[in-house]
Design a protein around this ligand. Structure first.
Ligand SMILES: [Zn+2]
Length: 392
């Protein structure tokens, strides 16, 4: 097997070292050098800086190798924090996490029709006061919403305005991101997924999205549009989609499509919003209502076809199902997907393809937003690259 080139120590090396410590929980400098292919002097320099910056600390020694005790290194949790705001139709979910991905605070507050940046700035101040978190320990704020363009891309002017006004008013870095991509990074970060793993997440909400993390960084594509799983066609002459294509999986498996399917099947649904109607169907499905189960199970089948194509295309090793649509009936989707992958995934005889359910599917995008802030702060330049670009 060809040995990888030893990368020169550069800005990407710091991100690499942080990421390996994060996913290992605790690790010695010797193991760090082995895992990163960086030289011992490079590791010593990077670790010294990380300790000085309060990002990493020594947790004590474990055994000894050739008479020398090995000091273990770990990420220091409660020194700095990232805040994420997940915008819903009528509410904002506020989340704060520490450097290890641990959630230190969460609240959901209503939004009204007044200026969005004014409301978010007030919510931010209230949230920190409630948690008793000092302002100077906050690394930044990331706001996520279904249609929000990533900060690095030129998006609609209203998003640039929200971002600019918030940054000016709060005096901290402000990022904007779409919810599915943020959720992928959040799941990657809080699950301590190793950067060697090709990792994807499926975000089920009013639409369907996905996020991909390769080499520890979100994969963005040519124009920051990677992960549009919802518009993967599963039927050549299927239902027309506003995107211009036909048979997009979003038209069959999104929460919106499932509510429509349930109504068409004659299920009595009184709830007005997509979210509350979908939750009622999901509750009925897991409580033994055969008609509701059939509707959700069929949506899960459609979704599994698209996700299997994504797994095959990218040879993923691990997929997490997340988003508000997975909060109640996630097990129905996970079962369907596991069965479909076990029967049809191209790489099924070569490696395991792990399917997991998010531990916090409703808050995943907000947690991911906070993770985006933490990653941008302790491993700068690492959130938007093409896979491996930071290590070139
Ligand atoms: Zn479409």
């Amino acid at each position: 097997m060809a040995r990888r080139e030893t990368p020169a120590a550069g800005p990407g090396s710091r991100a690499l070292v942080v990421d390996v410590i994060r996913s290992a929980v605790s690790i010695s400098r010797v193991e760090l050098a082995e895992r990163t292919n960086l030289t011992q002097p490079s590791i010593s320099n990077i670790v010294r800086d990380l300790i000085a910056d309060g990002i990493v600390h020594e947790t004590g020694s474990t055994g000894s190798v050739r008479g020398k005790p090995r000091q273990l290194l770990a990420i220091t949790p409660a020194t700095r924090f990232g805040v994420g705001f997940q915008l819903g139709p009528e509410t904002v979910t506020c989340v704060a996490i520490d450097l290890t991905g641990g959630v230190v605070g969460r609240e959901v507050v209503p939004l009204d029709d007044t200026d969005l940046s004014d409301q978010l700035a007030e919510r931010f101040d209230d949230f920190l006061l409630g948690l008793d978190l000092p302002r100077d320990r906050i690394e930044g704020l990331a706001v996520v919403a279904p249609a929000a363009p990533p900060s690095d891309r030129t998006g609609p002017p209203e998003w640039a305005a929200v971002r600019g006004r918030l940054a000016e008013r709060l005096g901290i870095p402000v990022l904007v991101e779409n919810d599915a991509a943020a959720a992928a990074l959040g799941e990657f970060w809080t699950r301590r997924v190793s950067r060697e793993q090709a990792f994807g997440s499926v975000y089920l909400s009013a639409g369907v999205g996905a996020g991909l993390v390769f080499g520890g960084a979100l994969f963005r594509g040519a124009s920051f549009d990677a992960g549009e799983l919802g518009h993967m066609s599963i039927m050549y002459d299927g239902r027309p989609c506003p995107c211009g294509n036909r048979g997009c999986v979003e038209r069959y498996a999104s929460m919106t499509a499932t509510v429509d399917a349930a109504r068409a099947a004659g299920l009595a649904i009184e709830q007005k919003t997509v979210f509350s109607a979908y939750d009622a169907i999901a509750h009925a499905a897991v409580s033994g209502d055969p008609d509701a189960f059939a509707v959700v199970d069929q949506a899960a089948g459609y979704l599994s076809v698209a996700v299997t194509s994504m797994v095959n295309l990218l040879d993923l090793g691990r997929v997490v199902l997340t988003g508000p649509g997975m909060a109640i009936a996630g097990s129905i989707y996970a079962r369907r997907l596991r069965a479909h992958l076990a029967a049809t995934a191209h790489a099924r005889h070569r490696h395991e393809i792990v399917v997991e359910l998010s531990a916090q599917p409703r808050d995943a995008a907000g947690i991911g937003a906070a993770a985006l802030v933490v990653q941008a702060s302790i491993a700068p330049g690492h959130t938007t690259g093409m896979p491996g670009a930071d290590r070139a």
